[in-house]
Design a protein around this ligand. Structure first.
Ligand code: ATP
Length: 332
């Protein structure tokens, strides 16, 4: 059973289709990054999962429980960290967490223990007496995370938790997310900062105009093909580097892109690894003394733009690298 299962989810606001047939699953104990431009539909999807909004059509389940039919049960299982949340004036960090722990029904020693654990984890103990509306952005996010963790939820839904954080606070947040993932929690996290998500997520879910356009792991995205299906290789040889470009001119399906000190960058027109193996063996057969031949990785932003470009060109947005069947998207 998946921790999150969303099936053909729709949410319209008058004529606007904010979420337009979204289907995906997030396996238990994994970290899934939810990526999309402003207005793509991330918050709307997350709010439905967090039982704060109703879908127009379709279904969403958390740990097998339907969010519309059994919202109270779902709330017990999720920690929700919205992109903005209010802090109460004249309430210290400790009082803030105590207030929410009481609201969650914790009593006496158990409540104090739970608050202590959460404050230790989020490094809030030195700030216990600080007024919650006098915290920096990074501290505020840690307080929000602490609040979301009070009832030790299995699933954490975080909407843009890294927005507005300085690099140090982002590193701290990333560390906390990693630790939570190691503890086996399922984390569904949205962000605009793709490179950061790539480092901490087992899979990335891309949404565009309310529709899922890709679900895959960051490594296969980095190794994926470009908009026209080609892949780039860095080739270095022992000898005159111009031999690489001279050789490419005579080949079909191989283009020379750019010279480098001891060789150059080439583009092979298909992502098929056997094609790359053929190119390498032909190079060697033709006398090039190859000392390095490796596939270049793209950054995630380029990969995302390629996926959007494929959509504009009417091609299938789903890139080929294989994933476990449970994490594949079945959107049309
Ligand atoms: P951002 O990164 O800017 O937070 P997002 O991907 O989270 O964007 P959503 O907040 O889900 O996007 O919004 C998706 C679309 O739905 C947007 O066009 C937004 O204006 C619209 N929308 C969201 N909530 C409402 C609402 N309550 N009433 C009307 N339109 C809404």
């Amino acid at each position: 059973m998946s921790a999150l299962r969303v099936n053909d989810l729709h949410r319209s606001f008058a004529h606007l289709k904010a979420v337009d047939g979204v289907t995906f699953e997030v396996p238990h104990g994994s970290v899934c990054g939810f990526v999309g431009a402003n207005g793509a539909g991330k918050t709307t999807t997350m709010r439905i999962l967090a039982t704060l909004d109703y879908p127009t059509a379709g279904s969403a389940e958390v740990c097998g429980i339907n969010v519309v039919h059994h919202p109270a049960e779902v709330r017990r299982m999720i920690g929700w960290m919205p992109d903005h949340f209010g802090n109460y004036e004249h309430m210290t960090v400790l009082e803030y967490l105590d207030f929410y722990a009481r609201a969650l029904g914790y009593k006496g020693k158990e409540r104090r223990q739970r608050i202590q654990e959460v404050m230790e984890f989020t490094d809030l103990i030195p700030l216990a007496e600080r007024f919650s509306n006098k915290l920096s952005k990074g501290m505020t996010q840690r307080l929000g995370l602490g609040r979301a963790l009070l009832h030790d939820p299995q699933v954490l839904i975080m909407d843009e938790p890294a927005a507005g954080l300085d690099p140090k606070a982002r590193v701290e947040l990333k560390h906390l997310i990693r630790v939570l993932a190691q503890e086996g929690k399922t984390i569904f996290i949205s962000s605009h900062i793709l490179s950061e998500l790539g480092e901490m997520c087992d899979s990335l879910l891309f949404i565009n105009h309310g529709r899922i356009v890709h679900h895959g792991d960051a490594d296969s995205l980095r190794r994926g093909s470009d908009l026209l299906g080609g892949v780039l290789y860095d080739v270095q040889i022992d000898g005159n580097p111009a031999a690489v470009s001279d050789w490419c001119v005579l080949q079909q399906g191989v283009q020379f892109l750019e010279s480098r000190k001891t060789g150059g960058r080439i583009r092979i027109e298909t992502p098929d690894p056997s094609q790359a193996a053929d190119v390498l063996s032909r190079m060697i057969k033709d006398g090039l003394r190859v000392i390095e031949f490796h596939r270049e990785e793209r950054n995630l932003e380029d990969a995302f733009i390629d996926i959007l470009g494929r959509l504009d060109a009417g091609q299938s947005p789903i890139t080929p690298p294989p994933l476990p069947p449970s994490s594949l998207i079945t959107d049309p």
